[in-house]
Write a protein of this length. Structure first.
Lengths: 597, 361
C-alpha cells in the first residue's frame, strides 16, 4: 500500500478512561475482529492486563478502513496509561504521526492525561481530542470541553465526542484519523532504516521485534544489520497483527510490523536500535531515545535457593521486552543469592514479580524498594547507593542526597487541604497550585521519591476518596538527614529488612515496622524478639511469644486420614516461609515495611 | 496378630453444640433398620481373626432401647475374642440404670466411657449438656456395684469464657468420682458444629496451655499416668483399644462413617445414613505406601508420651528410624528425645507436637 494511505496512531488516556474498550470498538468497526471473536479488551493480551483492566505492554494492530471509497491502513499502537510506564508510551509515540487523546466525560482531565499529552506534543504528533463515555448519565460534556479548551488550548470544533461502549461517534473518529493525521513520509527508495520499539521472545520464532520502517523497504530473506549491537541476521518472517497474525513479504516505509530472524541471543536485539541492510547500510541510525532509568530498586530472591538459575533465565526473558528493567546479582546473608532489580515504579515492580510467579512458576521474595541515593564521602568521592546494605558506615559519609519529584496532583478543590496535609507529612515542599476550572486544581509539590514509594498512593486515595490523580517527574537531588535502620530478628540483623529513613521519622517508622512484623511472623518454638536499630541504638522492640499450642487434641481411628491432611496443609504453609536462623518469616513480611496498615 | 473392632452407633437424643462426629437423631424406625444392616456388614466383612478389643462408640450408643441394645450386643458374639478382651461401651450419664448395666454385664462389656464433659453450669449451657454432680455420683456408685472396674470420664476444657477457677473446680469434682481413666479435650470449635455457626470465639492460646499444664500436673499428683496427648489413666487402665490406633495397628470399623485399617488400606464407610440403610455402605479408601505407613506411625506414635520403640519400628519397616526421619537435628533442639530404646516428644513440647511433626513428615 502506498504510504499516503497509511496512518500510524496511538491512543493516550488515563487509566479507566475507556481506552481499551474504545480500541475494541475500533477493531470491530474496521472488521478486524468479528463480533463472534470479540473478547473484552482484545489488545490487552496478557491475562494480567485483562484482570487488572490496565495495559502494560504496547501492542500494534493493523486495520483496514475504507474512507470515501479509498482503502486505508490504520496502524493502532496501544499504550499503557500508568505513570510507571510512560517510557513505553514514549516508545510507541516515536512510531506514530498522531494520537487520540481520550478524556472520560465523567472525570475530565487527569494527571496522566497531561503527562502523556506533553510527551506526544514533544514528539510533534497531531493530537485529536476525544471525549469518551458520553453515553453515561453522569457525563459532563460541556464541562470537559471547557477543560480541554482552557487547559490544553484545543478549539471547540476539534473536539470529538464518542462512546466506546455504544459505538456512537467511533466512525467519525476513524474519519478524523484519516483526515487529520499526516501520512508517514514515503521514502521507499532510500537505504533501509527501521526502529525497533518493542520485542519479545517466542519459543518457535526466537526473538521477535516490533518495528517501524522509517526509510526504505524491509523484505523477507533480507540480511539485516543492527546498527547498535552490530550483529547480522537473515529475516525469516515478517508479519502484522490484524489482530490475528498475518504474514507479509515486505514492510515499506511508514509501515509498522513484526520481524523474526531466528535470533536466539536475546541481548542482540535492543529496543531503540536501528535496523538497516548488511549490503546497503544507512549512514546514520534513527535518532533514538534515551532509555528510561529505573527509579526504585528491590532485591528479588527465590524462596527455594536452588531456583536461582531459573530466576536468572526468567529475568533475561522479561528484560527482552522490558528495556527499563535493570538486573544485577545480589547476595543477602538472610536470603542467599538473588538479584538487585531496578524498576520504573511500584506498579512496574508488582507486575514483574507477578509475571515471574505466574509465567515462570517461581516463588520469590521481594525486599523493600529503595531509591538511588547520592552519597558524598568524607574523602570527597561521590557514590550512588541503590540498596540500604550498600550504604557506607555513617562516619565515612559527609552528606546524603535523595531524589525529589515534582508532582501534578489533580483533585477536586474540596480536597486541597487534605492533599497539603499529606504532602507536608511526606516532607513535601509546596510549589504552586493552579485551577483547572472552578472545581478542580492541579497541585505542585516537590517530594522525596522515597516518600512516594512508601504508601503515598494508598494515602492519596484514602485522603481524597479516590478522586485524586498523580503524575510526577524527577526534578533533582536534595540533601536530607537520612539514616540506615536495621531490623533484628532474634538478635540477628536481617539485611533484607534494612531501610533508609529520614532521621525525624525513624522512631515512628521503626515502631510501626516492628509492630507489623510481630503480627506477620508466626509464633515459633521459641520467643522471638524483634528490634529496630540505628547504629547500635535500639529504637523499637516487640516480642513474639513462643507458640503455646499446636496439636490435634483428639486423634482416634476415624480421624487418621483427616488429621493427616491437616498436618500436610500445615507443612505446605511452612514451605511458603523463609527460614532465617531459627525464625520462619512469611514473604509478605519483607514488603510490610512499605505500608502502615 | 489379634485385631480391634470399632462399631459406630450414630443415634443421639440431643445434639451437642461442639460435636462434629457423624450423628443423627434417634428414630426407632431407623435404629431398628440400622442394626440389621450393621449385622449384615459384620457378617460380610469379618474374616474370623482373634479380636482383643471392641469399642462401641457414637453418637450415643446408650440412646438405643434395651431391646435394641440386646440385639446389638448379641451381634458381637460372632467375634472370636481373646480371654483378655477389653470391651468398651460409650454412654451418657443419664442413660445409666440397673437394666442397662445388667445387659452390658451379660455380654461381657467391661469398660465404660462416659461423656460428662463438665459440671460447671455455664460450660454445660454452652455445650448443650445437662446433668448434676449428684446424679453422676449416684450413677458411678451404681455401676461400681455392678462390678465395672474400668471407667473413663470425658472432660472438656478451654470452653469459651471458662476461667482457671472453673477448671480447678471441675477437675476437683471429676476426681471425686474416682474414674480409672480421664480423657481431657481442649474444646476445638470445628466446622459444621452449632458453636461454629454461632460464631463462638475460642479462648486464648495462653490460657488453653495453662489449663493443659494444670490438668497434667494435678492428675499426675493423683497417680494418673499421662500416656497420650489428651489421655490419663491409673496404672494398667490405659485404653488398649485406643492404643491400637496410636500404635498404628489394624482394626475393623463397622457402621455408618466408621473407619478401618486393614492390610495397609485405610477405608471409611459412607456418612450418609440413607445410603447405609440401603446397604450401600462403601465410602472412601486409600492404599497406603510404605512411606505413608511410616509417616502415620510417627504422627500417631508420638502422641504417646512413651513414644515409639526403635526396635519395633525397624522390625516393622526394615529400616532404622534415624534413616527414615531426620532424628539428629530434632534431638539437638530437644524436640525429640531417645531413652531406653524409645523415641518420644518431651512432655513440655507435646502440646506443640504438630510443629515437630511438620518437620518430620
Amino acid at each position: 500500500m502506498d504510504s499516503k494511505n497509511i496512518r500510524n496512531f496511538s491512543i493516550i488516556a488515563h487509566i479507566d478512561h475507556g481506552k481499551s474498550t474504545l480500541a475494541d470498538r475500533i477493531l470491530e468497526i474496521t472488521g478486524a475482529v468479528s463480533e463472534r471473536e470479540m473478547v473484552d479488551q482484545v489488545l490487552d493480551s496478557m491475562d494480567l492486563e485483562r484482570e487488572r483492566g490496565i495495559t502494560i505492554k504496547l501492542n500494534a494492530v493493523s486495520l483496514n478502513y475504507t474512507y470515501q471509497n479509498e482503502e486505508f491502513l490504520l496502524n493502532l499502537i496501544d499504550t499503557p496509561g500508568h505513570v510507571d510506564f510512560s517510557y513505553e508510551v514514549s516508545r510507541s509515540l516515536a512510531a506514530c504521526e498522531g494520537a487520540l487523546l481520550i478524556v472520560d466525560a465523567t472525570q475530565g482531565i487527569e494527571a496522566q492525561t497531561l503527562a502523556n499529552l506533553y510527551l506526544a506534543m514533544s514528539n510533534d504528533l497531531t493530537i485529536i481530542p476525544v471525549i469518551n463515555k458520553i453515553d453515561l448519565p453522569n457525563a459532563l460534556v460541556p464541562k470537559v470541553k471547557e477543560e480541554l479548551k482552557k487547559v490544553l488550548g484545543f478549539k471547540e470544533e476539534e473536539i470529538l465526542l464518542c462512546s466506546g461502549k455504544t459505538g456512537e461517534g467511533v466512525k467519525e473518529l476513524l474519519d478524523a484519523i484519516v483526515e487529520r493525521i499526516p501520512c508517514p513520509k514515503k521514502m521507499d527508495d532510500k537505504p533501509l532504516k527501521a526502529l525497533i520499539f518493542d520485542s519479545y521472545f517466542d519459543s518457535y520464532k526466537g526473538v521477535v521485534g516490533l518495528i517501524k520502517v522509517e526509510e526504505g523497504i524491509l523484505k523477507k530473506k533480507d540480511i539485516i544489520y543492527m546498527m547498535g549491537s552490530k550483529s547480522s541476521y537473515e529475516v525469516t518472517e515478517l508479519f502484522v497483527h490484524t489482530p490475528k497474525e498475518c504474514k507479509k513479504d515486505s514492510l515499506k516505509s511508514g509501515e509498522v510490523g513484526y520481524f523474526a530472524a531466528a535470533i536466539k541471543d536475546i541481548s542482540t536485539v535492543q529496543v531503540g536500535d536501528t535496523i538497516t541492510l548488511q549490503n546497503e547500510k544507512a549512514l546514520e541510525p534513527i535518532h533514538g531515545y534515551q532509555p528510561m532509568k529505573p527509579m526504585v530498586y528491590s532485591g528479588i530472591f527465590p524462596i527455594e535457593p536452588n531456583k536461582y538459575e531459573a530466576l536468572k533465565e526468567a529475568f533475561q526473558k522479561l528484560k527482552l521486552n522490558d528495556a527499563a528493567l535493570s538486573i544485577e546479582p545480589e547476595n543477602s546473608d538472610a536470603l542467599g543469592f538473588g538479584f538487585r532489580v531496578g524498576f520504573l515504579g511500584l506498579l512496574h515492580m508488582d507486575i514483574i514479580t507477578t509475571r515471574i510467579e505466574r509465567e515462570f512458576g517461581l516463588s520469590v521474595i521481594t525486599t523493600s524498594p529503595s531509591v538511588i541515593y547520592k552519597v558524598l564521602l568524607t574523602n570527597g568521592e561521590t557514590i550512588e547507593v541503590d540498596s540500604p546494605n550498600k550504604m557506607p558506615d555513617s562516619v565515612k559519609i559527609s552528606k546524603i542526597e535523595e531524589p525529589y519529584i515534582y508532582t501534578n496532583i489533580i483533585v477536586p478543590s474540596l480536597y486541597i487541604g487534605s492533599i497539603m496535609d499529606l504532602c507536608q507529612n511526606k516532607r513535601g515542599i509546596y510549589k504552586s497550585l493552579e485551577y483547572i476550572d472552578d472545581t478542580r486544581v492541579n497541585i505542585h509539590y516537590e517530594i522525596p521519591l522515597s516518600e512516594i514509594v512508601y504508601d503515598f498512593f494508598d494515602k492519596l486515595k484514602s485522603y481524597t476518596k479516590g478522586y485524586a490523580s498523580l503524575d510526577y517527574e524527577i526534578c533533582g537531588y536534595k540533601e536530607s538527614q537520612l539514616v540506615k535502620m536495621n531490623i533484628l530478628l532474634n538478635g540477628e540483623v536481617v539485611d533484607a529488612l534494612s531501610i533508609i529513613v529520614h532521621k525525624d521519622f525513624a522512631y515512628q517508622r521503626g515502631k510501626k515496622i516492628v509492630e507489623k512484623l510481630r503480627t506477620l511472623i508466626p509464633r515459633g518454638l521459641f520467643q522471638i524478639p524483634i528490634q529496630a536499630q540505628i547504629g547500635s541504638k535500639v529504637i523499637a522492640r516487640e516480642t513474639i511469644p513462643a507458640m503455646r499450642k499446636n496439636v490435634l487434641a483428639k486423634c482416634y481411628g476415624g480421624d487418621v486420614t483427616r488429621k493427616r491432611k491437616l498436618l500436610e496443609k500445615q507443612k505446605e504453609g511452612k514451605k511458603k516461609m523463609k527460614q532465617i536462623g531459627n525464625v520462619e518469616v512469611p514473604k509478605e513480611a519483607f514488603l510490610s515495611i512499605l505500608s502502615e496498615e | 496378630m489379634s485385631k480391634a473392632v470399632y462399631i459406630h452407633i450414630p443415634f443421639c437424643k440431643t445434639i451437642c453444640s461442639y460435636c462434629d462426629f457423624c450423628k443423627v437423631f434417634y428414630f426407632p424406625k431407623w435404629s431398628h433398620e440400622y442394626l440389621i444392616k450393621l449385622k449384615e456388614e459384620i457378617e460380610d466383612a469379618y474374616l474370623g481373626e482373634e479380636i482383643s478389643t471392641i469399642y462401641i462408640g457414637g453418637g450415643t450408643p446408650s440412646s438405643l432401647s434395651l431391646k435394641e441394645l440386646e440385639y446389638l450386643l448379641h451381634l458381637t458374639k460372632i467375634f472370636k475374642t481373646t480371654p483378655s478382651l477389653e470391651f468398651t461401651f460409650e454412654c451418657n450419664i443419664e442413660d445409666i440404670n440397673e437394666d442397662f448395666l445388667k445387659v452390658l454385664k451379660k455380654y461381657h462389656v467391661n469398660r465404660l466411657s462416659i461423656g460428662i464433659q463438665s459440671f460447671i453450669e455455664r460450660n454445660q449451657i454452652l455445650l448443650g449438656r445437662e446433668h448434676t454432680f449428684e446424679d453422676a455420683k449416684n450413677k458411678m456408685k451404681l455401676l461400681r456395684q455392678y462390678g465395672f472396674q474400668n471407667v473413663n470420664l470425658d472432660l472438656i476444657y478451654a470452653i469459651p469464657k471458662e476461667t482457671m477457677k472453673d477448671l480447678k473446680k471441675d477437675l476437683e469434682l471429676f476426681l471425686k468420682l474416682k474414674p480409672d481413666h480421664i480423657s481431657t479435650y481442649s474444646l476445638i470449635i470445628e466446622d459444621h458444629t452449632i458453636l461454629k455457626r454461632n460464631r463462638i470465639n475460642p479462648i486464648s492460646e495462653e490460657l488453653d496451655r495453662e489449663m493443659y499444664d494444670y490438668l497434667s500436673k494435678t492428675l499426675k499428683k493423683k497417680k494418673y499416668i499421662h500416656y497420650e496427648v489428651s489421655n490419663y489413666a491409673l496404672k494398667g487402665k490405659e485404653s488398649r483399644h485406643n492404643l491400637t490406633y496410636w500404635n498404628n495397628e489394624e482394626y475393623y470399623g463397622f457402621g455408618l462413617s466408621s473407619s478401618g485399617y486393614m492390610d495397609g488400606v485405610r477405608y471409611t464407610n459412607t456418612k450418609n445414613i440413607l445410603k447405609y440403610l440401603n446397604g450401600n455402605r462403601k465410602g472412601e479408601s486409600e492404599i497406603l505406601s510404605i512411606q505413608d505407613q511410616m509417616e502415620n506411625e510417627v504422627m500417631l506414635g508420638l502422641r504417646k508420651l512413651k513414644g515409639i520403640s526403635l526396635e519395633d519400628f525397624e522390625k516393622k519397616y526394615q529400616i532404622p528410624f534415624e534413616k527414615a526421619f531426620p532424628l539428629k537435628p530434632l534431638l539437638k533442639n530437644k524436640e525429640l528425645q531417645v531413652k531406653k530404646g524409645y523415641v518420644f516428644i518431651p512432655e513440655d513440647k507435646i502440646y506443640i507436637m504438630n510443629e515437630i511433626l511438620a518437620k518430620m513428615i
